[in-house]
Design a protein around this ligand. Structure first.
Ligand SMILES: CC(C)(COP(=O)(O)OP(=O)(O)OC[C@H]1O[C@@H](n2cnc3c(N)ncnc32)[C@H](O)[C@@H]1OP(=O)(O)O)[C@@H](O)C(=O)NCCC(=O)NCCS
Length: 380
């Protein structure tokens, strides 16, 4: 019996259900996103990133004691082997933070006692450890490339507050901490997006968590995925510096058949529920910080693209202006996505390895007909 199905998948595997999973529920028609069945709006309004990590990794919300325990384990893991800091220092100053993150996460395995263990408990330990380490790497490299002192972590702070401390060298305001915490919750998981799929494919070969997360970071980097938030801000910056009308600028992009970053989605055919929160945050933080222009430009672009192309803003559109007013450089936007999405990647690697089978689809062959003759080189 042939192992090839008769119905090839559509380009880009659109609409293909590639696995079962109990982590993330999406209804693209109704604009619903839920982690373990809990609606993202409720989590954004009431939860914390640490609580969401528990939900993703352990399958349910923690009680107070369990939350305290996870918080303290994440805090204890706020340490990097000196060799990792040396690696960050050795990177050329022009190296992009996302590339440095990819390489450093791969190197973390050298110093991880659980590196080669693929059992459930080891994967939980690695999820906690890598989540703390990714935040540290992103912040430390940013300071190193700016010739600033690497800041010591504060184990009493939340994940969001500690990250901002490591990045900026000072404790964040409550507003900034809360805004980043919500952004981390919103980005934590999104079912079989490209980077998570890459992580699961790698894990399914019985490779290991570090390899899976390294694969995921490589996939997240692309402008069709996590790299879109950075591309959005570069457009806003150009519009601002050239003093052009945002609608004219984007109209010209569309006339050139260019895609407008931050719009469209493979799964959502209505508003991306994450964009709803990020839009509000972009507006409120922009007004509070005296930089309302980024939100104002974004709003004009959103209205135009929606009217012209019937495309909705996705998670990346308003995260760009939100991160900018939080004082985060644009080439850190995608690494900050990874600071959050590590929680979802890790949950998927755990789920994959708890009930594993190699992921190995087939290709619909469209090359020269078989058998094609081998022509010796002197007769070609
Ligand atoms: C997200 C994305 C990759 C989904 O891709 P997809 O499901 O393969 O959809 P397609 O690229 O095939 O787009 C379908 C149609 O909508 C158009 N379209 C989709 N996104 C668009 C965008 N951001 N700007 C302009 N047109 C867009 C395409 O040009 C295409 O039109 P056509 O049928 O006339 O050729 C795509 O919308 C995109 O590239 N968006 C910009 C990058 C981005 O924001 N990525 C982050 C996603 S969270």
């Amino acid at each position: 019996m042939s192992s090839v199905t008769t119905t090839p998948a559509g380009k880009g595997l659109e609409g293909i259900v590639a696995t079962t999973s109990s982590i993330c529920y999406i209804d693209g028609e109704r604009g619903v996103l839920a982690y373990r069945g809990i609606d993202i709006h409720e989590l954004a309004n009431r939860s914390t990133f640490e609580e969401v990590c528990h939900l993703l990794w352990f399958g349910r919300l923690p009680n107070q004691q369990e939350l305290n325990h996870l918080q303290s384990r994440l805090a204890q893991e706020r340490q990097l082997n000196p060799a990792i800091l040396d690696l960050l220092r050795a990177a050329p100053r022009h190296a992009l933070p996302m590339d440095v993150l990819r390489t450093a996460v791969s190197a973390l395995s050298f110093y991880d006692a659980d590196a080669t263990k693929n059992d459930h408990d080891a994967n939980i330990r690695k999820s906690i450890r890598i989540t703390s380490q990714i935040a540290m790497i992103v912040a430390a490299y940013d300071r190193i490339r700016k010739n600033k002192r690497v800041v010591d972590p504060d184990r009493s702070l939340s994940h969001a507050a500690n990250f901002l401390l490591l990045l900026n060298g000072e404790k964040p305001s409550e507003t900034a901490e809360h805004a980043l915490d919500i952004a981390l919750i919103l980005h934590a998981d999104h079912e079989l997006n490209a980077s998570t799929f890459a992580a699961r494919v790698t894990a399914a070969t019985l490779s290991d968590m570090h390899s899976a997360i390294t694969s995921a970071i490589g996939a997240l980097k692309g402008p069709l995925h996590g790299g879109a938030n950075e591309a959005v801000f570069r457009i806003l910056q150009t519009i601002d510096s050239k003093k052009v009308d945002p609608v004219d600028y984007v109209r010209a992009m569309l006339a050139d058949k260019k895609k407008v970053p931050g719009f469209g989605h493979r799964v959502y055919h209505t508003e991306d529920p994450r964009a709803t929160h990020l839009r509000d945050m972009s507006r409120d933080l922009g007004n509070a910080s005296g930089q309302p222009q980024w939100y104002q430009m974004s709003e004009k672009i959103e209205k135009f693209v929606k009217a012209e192309k019937k495309l909705n803003a996705n998670v990346d559109f308003y995260s760009a202006s939100t991160y900018h007013v939080l004082g985060i450089d644009e080439d850190l936007f995608t690494p900050v996505f990874a600071v959050s999405r590590i929680s979802g990647w890790a949950a998927h690697v755990i789920e994959q390895l708890d009930d594993n089978r190699l992921i190995r689809p087939r290709a619909d062959y469209i090359g020269p007909e078989y058998p094609n003759r081998y022509v010796p080189i002197d007769r070609r």
